[in-house]
Design a protein. Structure first.
Length: 307
């Protein structure tokens, strides 16, 4: 794309437009600046709410992929790429997933996490190469993240993923009428012009983070990784998480700290079977078999025992 074409494209994007409410921000007091930023941030959640029907579609795609052995792959550049990786790396400790199940790819590679590699977003061919390297297949879901919707690196990856047969989600912060890529699901929260023109790490980044939180959390709930509103597949790999696991057992099974500790030990640190053991007095093998028969859902397992 020629420079003048890029210029003309950028000037039409909401994420690249000037915010009429913040033109005096450079001469405001500290208090006024902070209140103004906060007021602008209040526009993010309503923008995400407008996209709920599409977010639901995306969660169905992702959870179905997981049930059939597929993966969720986030791909983005700059802030968008970092947010995808952030969401991906939180899944194993929070939900006990294999690190391969949810992955994040960023333009420019891992160095881009700590040092901006701005030119890497322009390389469409590298997006194709990077998506091929992780051996995308038709069981997977690829979620491209690009506030502007024009990022060549992300578009290259999405186009290649679609050719291979993977399902595609495109998360952007401009109107869907402007999107040129025909993804299976488009998610387009539009929180409006940024406080500082073009700084999409702000409102657009917040909107993207909110959507990504919903995508993985809702999908994991649908896989039985939450009981009521408790994380029951977390991995107790630190002192804090060990104690959190014991507290969850105490809350759910109404047992003492010492009893919770014993159940967690008997379950070899596996929280979900430990919970079921504490609630039913089953041994570890029986608890795991019962969970397996019920897709990992504790409530379904308890219902089987009652029938």
């Amino acid at each position: 794309m020629k420079k003048d074409e890029i210029f003309n494209e950028l000037k039409t994007l909401i994420t690249e437009s000037r915010n009429p409410d913040t033109t005096e921000i450079d001469i405001m007091s500290t208090e006024e600046i902070v209140y103004l930023i906060n007021r602008e941030d209040h526009k993010v959640a309503p923008a995400v709410a407008q996209e709920i029907p599409y977010i639901i579609q995306a969660v169905e795609l992702i959870s179905n992929a997981f049930r059939n052995g597929g993966r969720l792959i986030y791909i983005g550049a700059g802030t968008s790429g970092r947010l995808g990786i952030l969401d991906a790396v939180e899944c194993p400790p929070t939900f006990g997933t294999d690190p391969e199940m949810v992955q994040g790819i960023i333009a420019g590679g891992s160095i881009s996490l700590i040092q901006a590699q701005e030119g890497s977003e322009d390389d469409q061919q590298k997006g194709i190469i990077d998506i091929r390297e992780i051996k995308i297949n038709d069981k997977d879901v690829v979620c491209g993240i690009a506030a502007s919707q024009r990022t060549p690196y992300v578009l290259g990856a999405l186009i290649e993923s679609k050719k291979i047969g993977a399902k595609t989600i495109f998360l952007i912060c401009n109107p869907r009428s402007e999107v040129k890529f025909n993804a299976d699901v488009l998610i387009c929260p539009v929180p409006g012009p940024e406080i500082i023109m073009g700084s999409t790490r702000m409102k657009a980044g917040s909107a993207q983070k909110m959507v990504l939180n919903i995508l993985t959390t809702a999908s994991m709930i649908k896989l039985g990784k939450v009981y009521e509103n408790l994380m029951i597949d977390l991995q107790p790999n630190s002192k804090k998480l060990i104690e959190r696991s014991k507290r969850i057992i105490m809350i759910v099974a109404e047992v003492s700290y010492e009893e919770a500790n014993n159940f967690l030990r008997q379950a070899n640190g596996q929280l979900k079977p430990a919970i079921l053991m504490a609630m039913t007095k089953l041994d570890l093998t029986s608890a795991k078999d019962l969970l397996d028969r019920n897709g990992g859902f504790i409530k379904k397992a308890l219902n089987e025992l009652r029938t």
